[in-house]
Design a protein around this ligand. Structure first.
Ligand SMILES: Cc1ncc(COP(=O)(O)O)c(C=O)c1O
Length: 413
C-alpha cells in the first residue's frame, strides 16, 4: 500500500504492470500512469478507496475464468448444487464463505446475496423485490444528496417506477417530517434511504417506523457508510430495513461490487432478482475479493481505521469552517462533507479542474437547491477514506484544507 508520501511498500502493482507491458505496451503504460497518479495525488473522492493487494490479487486470479450461473446452495430435492455449470466445488465454497463472513461483519441473520456486479445492479434487483414497474417509490432526491439509482429520470429507477422524493430542511438535514408527509400522501410500495452526498447520521429506525405505518417496504442503500456501520460508527439499518444494499469499494475498502442483504423471508425473491433477472454468471473472482474484504472488515485494525476516517473528516471540515467556508449542514458525522461554493463566482467544476492541476483529486457535487447544472455544480464533495488508508491524520488534512483555501483565494482574485 502507498504511504502518505506516495511510497509503495509492495511491488504488487509494479510487477503486474511489467507483466502487462510484455503483452501490451499501450495498456501497461496507461495503467502505469494511473498507478503513479493514484500514488502521488491527494485522493479526496468520497466514493473511492485503496483496497489491499490481497483483494486486488483475488480479483485478478484464475477465478475470473470460471462460469457458475446459479447459487451454491444444496438442493434437497435433487441432491445437486443450484448451479448451471460443472466444476463449481471450489467457487461454491468461496461464495458460501463470503456470505458467512458478511453476515459476521454486520452481526446479522439477514440473508445475503454477494453476486451483484455493482451498487447500481444491487439496487436494480432490490427494487424488483419490493415494487412492480409503475408502483410508487419514495426516495431521497438526487440534488439533495441521493444517488442516480434513487429515482433519477435518466436511470432505470426513474423510468420504471413512479418516483416521489423527500428532501432536506433549511439546514441541509434530511427532513423527516417531509418523509412522513410524503409517505402518508403517496402510500409508496417502497421507501428508500441512503445517500451519495450526505454528511449526517441517517435515522434508519424512524424511516423503518414510517414505512411500517404506511405499509411500505423499507430499503437502505448504505453504499457510502457501510464501513462506518460495520465498525459501529453509524447506527445500523439491520433490524429496521427489509432490504439493504451496498457497494464494497467505498468505506468498506474492498473490490468494486455490490451486496444485497434482506430479511430471511425475502431470500428467494432477492436471489432470483439478481440471477436470472438482472445478471448472468457471477464474478467469482470479485466474490473472492469481497470475502477477503469482509475478513479485513472484521479486524480491530479496520475498526481503528474507520474511527480515524471519521475523526479526520471532522478535523478537515472544521478547518474549512475556521477558514470561513460554508459547509452543507454546517459539519459532518461521517467520512465526507460538502463545501457550498454558491457565493463564489466559479463553479464546483472549476475548482475540481484547478485542484486536479496541483494533484488534489475531488469531485464537483450538487448542493441542496443548486442553481447550477449537475455538470457544473455549486459545490464539491470531499471524503477522507482513501487518504486515511494511506496514513493521513488530522494535521495532514488540516494542511490540505489550507492548500485548497490558497487555490480558492487565487481563483477568487
Ligand atoms: C449511495 C450509492 N448507491 C449506489 C451507488 C452505485 O454504485 P456503483 O457505481 O457500483 O454502481 C453509489 C455510487 O457512488 C452510491 O453512492
Amino acid at each position: 500500500m502507498f504511504n502518505k508520501n506516495g511510497k509503495d511498500d509492495s511491488d504488487y502493482n509494479i510487477k503486474n504492470i511489467e507483466f502487462i507491458k510484455q503483452s501490451s505496451e499501450v495498456v501497461g503504460s496507461l495503467i502505469e500512469k494511473e498507478y503513479l497518479r493514484q500514488k502521488n495525488n491527494i485522493e479526496l473522492i468520497a466514493s473511492e478507496n485503496y483496497s489491499s493487494e490481497a483483494v486486488l490479487a483475488a480479483c485478478g486470479s484464475c477465478l475470473s475464468w470460471k462460469y457458475a450461473e446459479g447459487y451454491p446452495e444444496f438442493e434437497r430435492k435433487t441432491g445437486n448444487r443450484g448451479r448451471y455449470y460443472g466444476g463449481t466445488d471450489f467457487v461454491d465454497e468461496i461464495e458460501e464463505y463470503c456470505c458467512d463472513k458478511w453476515k459476521e461483519v454486520f452481526n446479522t441473520d439477514y440473508h445475503v446475496n454477494v453476486q451483484p456486479h455493482s451498487g447500481s445492479q444491487a439496487n436494480f434487483s432490490a427494487y424488483k423485490v419490493a415494487a412492480m414497474p409503475g408502483d410508487t417509490v419514495l426516495s431521497f432526491s438526487l440534488d439533495n444528496g441521493g444517488h442516480l439509482t434513487h429515482g433519477s429520470s435518466v436511470n432505470f429507477s426513474g423510468k420504471l417506477y413512479n418516483m416521489v422524493f423527500y428532501g432536506v430542511d433549511d439546514n441541509g438535514f434530511i427532513d423527516m417530517d417531509d418523509v412522513r408527509r410524503k409517505a402518508e400522501e403517496y402510500k409508496p410500495k417502497l421507501i428508500v434511504a441512503g445517500a451519495s452526498a450526505y454528511s449526517r447520521i441517517i435515522d434508519f429506525e424512524l424511516f423503518g417506523k414510517i414505512a411500517k405505518d404506511v405499509g411500505a417496504m423499507f430499503m437502505v442503500d448504505m453504499a457510502h457508510i457501510a464501513g462506518l456501520i460495520a465498525a459501529g460508527c453509524h447506527p445500523s439499518p439491520f433490524g429496521h430495513a427489509d432490504l439493504i444494499t451496498t457497494t464494497t469499494h467505498k468505506t468498506l475498502r474492498g473490490p468494486r461490487g455490490g451486496l444485497i442483504f434482506s430479511k430471511p423471508e425475502l431470500a428467494k425473491k432477492v436471489d432470483s432478482a439478481v440471477f436470472p433477472y438482472a445478471q448472468g454468471g457471477p464474478l467469482e473472482h470479485i466474490i473472492a475479493g469481497k470475502a477477503i474484504c469482509a475478513e479485513e472488515a472484521l479486524t480491530d485494525d479496520y475498526k481503528a481505521y474507520i474511527k480515524q476516517v471519521v475523526k479526520n473528516s471532522k478535523a478537515f471540515c472544521d478547518e474549512f469552517i475556521k477558514l470561513g467556508y460554508k459547509i452543507v449542514t454546517g459539519g459532518t458525522d461521517n467520512h465526507l462533507f460538502m463545501i457550498d461554493l454558491s457565493s463564489f463566482d466559479f463553479s464546483g467544476r472549476d475548482l475540481q479542474n484547478e485542484l486536479d492541476k496541483i494533484g488534489i483529486t475531488l469531485n464537483k457535487n450538487m448542493i441542496p437547491n443548486d442553481k447550477k447544472t449537475p455538470k457544473e455544480t455549486s459545490g464539491v464533495r470531499i471524503g477522507t477514506a482513501p487518504m486515511t488508508t494511506r496514513g493521513y491524520l488530522e494535521d495532514d488534512f488540516v494542511a490540505v484544507a489550507r492548500k485548497i483555501d490558497e487555490k480558492i483565494k487565487e481563483m477568487s482574485k
